[in-house]
Design a protein around this ligand. Structure first.
Ligand SMILES: C[S@@+](CC[C@H](N)C(=O)[O-])C[C@H]1O[C@@H](n2cnc3c(N)ncnc32)[C@H](O)[C@@H]1O
Length: 215
């Protein structure tokens, strides 16, 4: 059953990759994989809203021991994720859920959380609640890798960033019913749950970023 989220990405599952390629070329995937080389020691990963699974597939390829729990509201996206995982699909557990209602099981102990271009589907207070609930299921020193859009500093960056981000929100609003219209303050949310920013990389003059946070 499709959860009652404020957005339905099912119908985008097949075309998502091509839409992304036509708009940003390889840049979003570069962003997702910016810290992949540092994730070889991860053993239990919680991947939030990975959609069609392009990051999960790379993680499974780079790390032969990691097991992944992938949570997404879209069954079609999760089917694409499992397909993309190929021979490593046995190391993936999919969970169809609205992340705003989902809680990790207490027995789970993740050493890695990943959210690429996903927190932007949530309001800041929803990211605060998510970070708080996820924090309780993490091992000591676990990492959270976040990639997303940002509005860059400086007047030109701010202007361009607002135009691009505004356009993306309008497009996703039309295509999926997403009602969120502004980027959440993920940094405030992660800090409030006790995470500390360790590393950050930017692309496209700061319009895209990838960060590693430590619990
Ligand atoms: C913009 S796509 C990003 C997909 C992927 N992470 C990427 O890097 O491109 C957002 C994904 O989050 C999922 N999603 C959006 N809101 C959600 C929610 N409230 N709970 C769970 N998944 C959600 C969508 O189904 C979709 O797969």
């Amino acid at each position: 059953m499709v959860p009652d989220t404020n957005a339905n990405f099912d119908r985008l599952a097949g075309a998502y990759r091509w839409m992304e390629w036509l708009s940003f070329g390889p840049l979003l995937q570069r962003c997702r994989c910016a810290f992949l080389g540092e994730l070889e020691t991860a053993r239990r990963a919680l991947v939030l809203g990975d959609g069609d699974g392009r990051f999960t597939a790379e993680l499974l390829r780079a790390n032969y021991a990691v097991r992944v729990d992938a949570v997404d509201a879209s069954p079609a996206m999760l089917r694409a994720l499992v397909e993309r995982a190929g021979a490593s699909a046995g190391r993936v557990r999919t969970i169809v859920a609205d992340i705003r209602l989902w809680r990790p099981e207490s027995a789970d102990a993740y050493d890695l959380v990943v959210s690429h271009f996903f927190l932007d589907c949530l309001a800041t207070e929803e990211v605060v609640a998510l970070a708080g609930s996820v924090r309780g299921s993490l091992t000591e020193g676990a990492r959270w890798v976040v990639s997303d859009f940002a509005v860059p500093e400086g007047w030109a960056g701010r202007l361009a960033g607002r135009v691009v981000v505004g356009f993306l929100y309008r497009a996703f609003g039309l295509l999926t019913g997403l009602r969120i219209r502004r980027l959440p303050d993920h940094a405030v949310a992660l800090r409030s749950a006790g995470f500390v920013l360790e590393e950050r990389k930017e692309m496209l003059f700061g319009l895209l970023f990838s960060e590693v946070w430590r619990a």
